[in-house]
Design a protein around this ligand. Structure first.
Ligand code: ZN
Length: 369
């Protein structure tokens, strides 16, 4: 297998059709950093500091049982977030968790042990694992017939419903804020990564304006309609597709903000620095374990990610790890050299985990032939 040529500034492979390269071997995203606003840093200083955000959250929580609801997957970043909120900021948190069909035993054990160690209340989201598995299997089989990157995304549609569940739980407990631990370096997804607008990450409290939300809603409807023309069989998943994109694609959709007006969301790592060394140290102290066979602690919470990366690589020539490490290089957090070294190990698809997913989805042994 030939090694893909990578951008001479970040490590994006030039095999990805979605990201154009200049003739000098630099990708458009790196070019944007050189010539325009930096894509991964706020273009203006944050309006208020992290401490002020946390203070406001604490004020709003006065007289309530919880200051905030925190989504935890048992993975690296949400575990780190929970520990910061509890130990550094002394917020009263309710940890909310959903065990997906692709959550390993190790991850499940991690989160149960760690919430109890941190003394945090814990609530589980009850969604049908069978349905989740069925949708994922259907999309993987459909992708096999005709590879399309949006079909890969649809396999993850059931998890988007969690965005709704988080609001429901916050409302049930009268918690005024939901805090998310989305890693700022993965906030830029692969496909829209070419759009400069979407690569500018601003303060977590004001993620997008209403007009931007409406615009993105229409663009989602348009891509959904195109996909439906190409894959008429998806008509059976129309409602799921609508919910998982228009209504709940992120915690910050127009629908959710109108449906739950009293509840605010906050992306901690958009304002608070995500410090990888501190994250690893904290996880060690908490006794967090990486699942067997997993090549990286990033995205260790979902073994479906292995098959997703394999499908993405075969469809658009890039994986999430390529995008993640490239974002870190562009933001000046790691060197290109370090990213090249790390992608060799951490970017490798784990055959063991891939096999686990294939078993869960009951794919036959010849699936990749
Ligand atoms: Zn680049």
């Amino acid at each position: 297998m030939s090694v893909p040529k990578r951008c001479n500034r970040c490590i994006l492979p030039n095999s990805c059709d979605l990201i154009p390269f200049d003739s000098d071997g630099t990708c458009k995203l790196c070019k944007a950093v050189q010539t325009e606003d930096p894509p991964l840093q706020p273009t203006t200083a944050p309006v208020i500091s992290l401490e002020e955000h946390i203070d406001r959250i604490r004020q709003k929580g006065k007289g309530r049982k919880y200051d905030c609801v925190v989504g935890v997957s048992g993975g690296r970043d949400s575990t780190y977030l929970l520990s910061l909120l509890v130990n550094r900021h002394q917020l009263r948190c309710l940890a909310v968790y959903y065990r997906t069909p692709f959550t390993s035993e190790t991850i499940d054990t991690n989160i149960r042990r760690i919430v109890s160690r941190l003394g945090v209340d814990f609530e589980e989201i009850q969604l049908s694992q069978e349905y989740h598995k069925k949708v994922a299997r259907k999309m993987v089989l459909l992708w096999k017939k005709k590879a399309h990157r949006l079909i890969i995304n649809l396999a993850c549609a059931p998890c988007k419903l969690l965005n709704r569940e988080m609001y429901k739980i916050a409302r049930k407990h009268k918690a005024p804020t939901i805090i998310y631990g989305t890693n700022i370096y993965e906030a830029v997804q692969i496909a829209p990564g070419i759009s400069k607008k979407q690569t500018v990450v601003r303060g977590g409290a004001q993620v997008a304006s209403v007009s931007r939300k409406i615009k993105s809603m229409f663009s989602l409807i348009a891509s959904g309609a195109k996909l439906l023309i190409e894959f008429p069989v998806l008509v059976r998943y129309l409602w799921l597709g609508f919910k998982s994109s228009i209504m709940y694609i992120s915690p910050h959709t127009l629908y959710l903000s109108l449906r739950y007006p009293g509840i605010k969301t906050f992306n901690y790592f958009y304002d608070g620095r995500w410090d990888e060394a501190d994250c690893e140290k904290t996880l060690n102290e908490l006794g967090w374990q990486r699942p067997p066979g997993c090549n990286t602690s990033w995205k260790a919470d979902c073994s479906f990610d292995e098959i997703k990366n394999k499908m993405l690589h075969q469809t658009i020539g890039i994986t999430y790890a390529d995008a993640f490490f490239s974002n870190m290089v562009r933001a000046g957090v790691i060197s290109r050299q370090e990213a090249i070294q790390r992608i060799e190990t951490e970017g490798k698809i784990s055959e063991q985990r891939l096999q686990e997913v294939q078993d869960i989805l009951e794919l036959d042994a010849q699936f990749w032939d």
